[in-house]
Design a protein around this ligand. Sequence first.
Ligand SMILES: Cc1cc2nc3c(=O)[nH]c(=O)nc-3n(C[C@H](O)[C@H](O)[C@H](O)COP(=O)(O)O)c2cc1C
Ligand SMILES: Nc1ncnc2c1ncn2[C@@H]1O[C@H](COP(=O)(O)OP(=O)(O)OP(=O)(O)O)[C@@H](O)[C@H]1O
Length: 207
Amino acid sequence: MLEFGGAVTEVSLGAPAPMAGSVLAIGAFDGVHLGHQRLIQAAVADGWRLGLQSVIWTFDPPPKVVFGRAAPLCGLEEKLTRIARLGPDLIVVIPFGPSYAARTAAQFIADLTRISPRHIHVGADFRFGARQSGDVALLAEHFPVTLAAPVCCAAGETISSTRLRDLRTRGECGSALMGPEAALICAPSGAHMTLNLHHREAMDGWN
Ligand SMILES: Cc1cc2nc3c(=O)[nH]c(=O)nc-3n(C[C@H](O)[C@H](O)[C@H](O)COP(=O)(O)O)c2cc1C
Ligand SMILES: Nc1ncnc2c1ncn2[C@@H]1O[C@H](COP(=O)(O)OP(=O)(O)OP(=O)(O)O)[C@@H](O)[C@H]1O
């Protein structure tokens, strides 16, 4: 459980308990940059509007990191802290490794179904399932999907974790793309807060 300004965000490591209705945003969210924040805020706002739990469904480590295509921008604690500040009711953290990556698109849709999404927010390039076989068109066959408009920087370029990784390689922090609390990410390691994650035992539970 994480608390900011009186708002409480629960964290489920692994399969969440079944829910009767929810609003969802899904993604790796490495760095929780301004584009991610807009997506997450849209889900939180919809949750309020519809009277449903807002759920942020993410993966740890980010799939690109697991597949060796990127180095992570931040660790799980920083990511959870930055997401929780945006006020969702629940963050689902899927331990991402070879066995989860092998789940088919249909199995992933079944995973989502257990929390009864009434609305899902993703970007147009969202992919899921083994070998990235699922796309937003398939997702939209099963749930109402809202596609996020790309959030760009002042220079008009789309913000992405990839861009931030490139900036970091050049020794820049990219704080203008990170928004509030960028310092958390940009701080030297060791300055991170420690979370007490109570849900380690919930790592199993997939059918
Ligand atoms: C069940 C499942 C299986 C996945 N399998 C693969 C995979 O085989 N190869 C891959 O590169 N990414 C795989 N991914 C990662 C997705 O392509 C994608 O990175 C993830 O859904 C997060 O979306 P995002 O990258 O838009 O944040 C998988 C994702 C899910 C949910
Ligand atoms: N600038 C952005 N504006 C709106 N949505 C975004 C933006 N960047 C990412 N998203 C969306 O957020 C979700 C999570 O994205 P993801 O974690 O893959 O971030 P990313 O910045 O695209 O990462 P990477 O550069 O490593 O591919 C996806 O649905 C993606 O489409």
